[in-house]
Design a protein around this ligand. Sequence first.
Ligand SMILES: [Mg+2]
Length: 397
Amino acid sequence: MRISRVDVFHCDAGWRPWTFVKVETDEGLVGWGECSDSRNPLGVAGCVRDFTPLLLGEDPRNVQRLYWDMLRTARQNLGGVSHKAIAGIELALWDITAKALSVPVYQLFGGPLRDRMRLYWSHCGTTRARHGKALGLPPLQTYDDIVNLGREVVSRGFTALKTNIVIPGEPATTYFPGFAQGAGSTDGVVTDEILDRIDQLIAAFAQGVGASVQVALDLNYNFRPEGAVKIGRLLERYNMQWIEFDTWDPQALVQIKQSIPQSLASCESLVSTRQYRPFLELRAADTVIIDVPWNGFGQAYAIGQMADAYELTVAPHNYYSHLADLHSIHLCAVLPNVRIMEIDIDDVPWKSHLVTCPPVIENGSIQLPTGPGWGADINEDVLSEHAWQAATVLAGY
Ligand SMILES: [Mg+2]
């Protein structure tokens, strides 16, 4: 079996593109991988095209050799868009390899340790504040609306949620200076006003979900460690899943972890075992977040096993299409140290139509698929109905 064609597609998923790699073979088998990155989608796609000559004519089942061939080609650019392109290709190669054997991908990694994974509803309130009107979702005008959203999360079977700094109003807004532009956007200073807003937000969610459901707060890159510590201490009285904070400095995370009463989750931006290693050695977070579409499956598995050796839990970073949901549940299936899995519930209404067999999500968990490969392919008719035009960019979280 030989690789005969490699394509990359962008799908217009409302407020961000989803990016998919399709690998075709001369025997008719096709593999799909997702490597969505709303920040540099054209860069990721360009890197996929850069790697294509290296892949054509090769046996797609030599996944490891092709992965390392691609990495050697691009290792001066370790991380970033080149690694995400490698990941999308590698995920498609695993898909073909598993389909050739008529088994799910997790079977190639020794078989499943679980048949479902508990989920948390991610960007809860965030998506409604930013895109609720376009999606036809209830507005978040007051903190009572946040309370009601918390009740909705519980009524729909979820046992955990994660939010960002959502400020209800007409219209509601989100506080993301770290993703903004212009003066002051990189200062990372936490003000009394924003502390008050955060306190009101978490109080409202806590009231809505009740005592048994934990709320996580993702601070992204928005503050310096000092701000993260202030926020963690402010929220001490709530039953929280974790405080999440992004930084490239493992020592800064250690400082936060030792200074706040909650669990700390981090590392979503890292790719490759080499980038994770210093964070793991310092046990810089309680839960290590791993993005499968950015790492590829082999590296995500290796990072998860490394985290296990350091007695740390992991959680997939996952807020993309259902294909990425499948990549992530396959990872959860083959790791012994998974805390919980991320998923976006508020999304484009045709999300489940984009894959041939959408994952089953019920009672706050996602079921492990049983079909060959990832358990679903991309529906190319739906994909072409939602072709992404680069001019419509860009609003990632
Ligand atoms: Mg995050």
